[in-house]
Design a protein around this ligand. Structure first.
Ligand code: NAD
Length: 363
């Protein structure tokens, strides 16, 4: 039965395709902007400089200080630069950290953002911002920070190393997975999310064999876009809460933590969200959603245990305590005992033991 739902589309323009970076100057004109401040990380300084050259008179220079989790002092420095050079838009080229910095500027200076993602993080499709002060990341939602234009050029992702390609891609799969059993789930986003998993899984399977395979890179980036749309449209659940807790408290790496935890969060929710499980399994061409996700990660050479990420066994109890501290939506009620068991499985890297959720048909 089709249950009642609310669907709200977010306004953004997407320009997709190999070589689409060349359209940047005309896309800046389309925004009505004339002085673009280019943002990047120190590691991506060279590509930031290339963008400045490409923009010519439309450029207001480059700020190359983007770092993970948008520290407040970096946000303040970038805002000051934007004001000083009279920027009327930001071009963010890079991953979620660079897009996050552009959002911090947009939040106060109200400058439009043109984002050029080079990872699969998906931040460019969400109205979610985050700024870290005194070790605490404050987040919020404001449509003001949603990039007005996004240029997805898969050529830019070919320099992503194999490990980051895989874990960033599985991070994007996690956005799709949790959208399927979100409290705000709706038929449109479920179509998008299922297709996102299919595109990412099939793309990543080829990317690991040949990092420059443009067809595979295009499919993976297309899936990442769909993951970003899913993340921006509906609320997440247990998996994102666990990863946030593990990353924040034990300083575990972002995308790798998502990769390890995802099959276990899905196994935990399997019985409570059968339709979501069927969609995930179908998109992966697997018998079971949780096992399919685990097998995908393992076959791509990704880490499968929290121990491999540097977590210690004696931290599991504290992690379980923190994960149940504040109530939040999840399709299956969150219990201390259940979460402790989930974390133990993820720590050990066990393949989830879930019942078959559908009979498999070849894709
Ligand atoms: P990142 O942006 O921190 O990038 C990781 C590293 O990879 C950086 O050194 C970067 O310069 C480099 N890099 C990026 N693209 C590259 C490429 N094509 N080739 C070579 N190197 C490249 O990592 P991320 O995973 O994209 O983003 C993570 C951050 O984004 C986290 O802080 C996370 O919280 C945030 N995030 C926010 C949202 C949101 O909606 N607000 C969504 C997803 C992620």
């Amino acid at each position: 039965m089709l249950l009642p739902f609310v669907y709200e589309a977010l306004p953004s323009r997407v320009v997709f395709g190999a070589g689409s970076l060349q359209k940047l100057p005309e896309e800046i004109d389309r925004l009505g902007a004339t002085r673009a401040l280019v943002l990047c990380t120190p590691e991506q300084r060279a590509i930031g400089a290339d963008i400045v050259v490409m923009l010519g008179a439309r450029s207001a220079g480059v700020f190359d200080g983007a770092v993970m989790h948008v520290p407040a002092e970096v946000a303040a420095a970038a805002r000051e630069r934007a004001t000083r050079v009279g920027a009327d838009c930001c071009v963010a080229i890079g991953g979620g950290s660079t897009t996050g910095l552009a959002k911090a500027i947009a939040l106060t200076a109200k400058l439009p953002i043109l984002a050029i993602p080079t990872t699969y993080a998906g931040s460019e499709m969400t109205p979610i911002w985050g700024i870290t002060e005194g070790g605490v990341k404050k987040t919020g939602r404001d449509v003001l920070v949603l990039p007005k234009t996004v240029i997805y050029d898969p050529v830019l992702t070919t320099s992503l190393p194999v490990g980051l390609s895989v874990t960033s891609g599985i991070n994007a799969i996690a956005h799709c997975v949790e959208a399927l059993y979100s409290k705000d789930a709706n038929p449109i986003i479920s179509l998008i999310a299922e297709e996102g998993i299919r595109a990412l899984a099939s793309g990543l399977r080829e990317v690991v064999k040949q990092l420059g395979n443009m067809d595979a890179r295009s499919r993976a980036l297309y899936g990442a876009w769909l993951g970003g749309v899913s993340l921006g449209a509906v609320g997440m659940a247990l998996h994102h809460k666990l990863c946030h807790t593990l990353g924040g408290t034990f300083n575990l790496p972002h995308a790798e933590t998502h990769t390890v935890v995802l099959p276990h969060a899905v196994a935990y929710n399997a019985a409570a969200a059968p339709e979501a499980m069927e969609r995930i399994a179908r998109a992966l061409g697997a018998d079971s959603a949780a096992q399919g996700l685990y097998d995908l990660a393992a076959s791509l050479g990704a880490p499968v245990s929290l121990e491999a990420l540097g977590m210690r066994r004696e931290q599991l109890d504290q992690a379980a305590d923190l994960a149940v501290q504040n109530p939040y939506y999840n399709p299956r009620p969150v219990t201390r005992e259940g979460i402790r068991r989930l974390l133990e499985d993820a720590f050990e890297g066990r393949r989830p033991a879930t019942p078959v959720t559908r009979s498999v048909e070849p894709q």
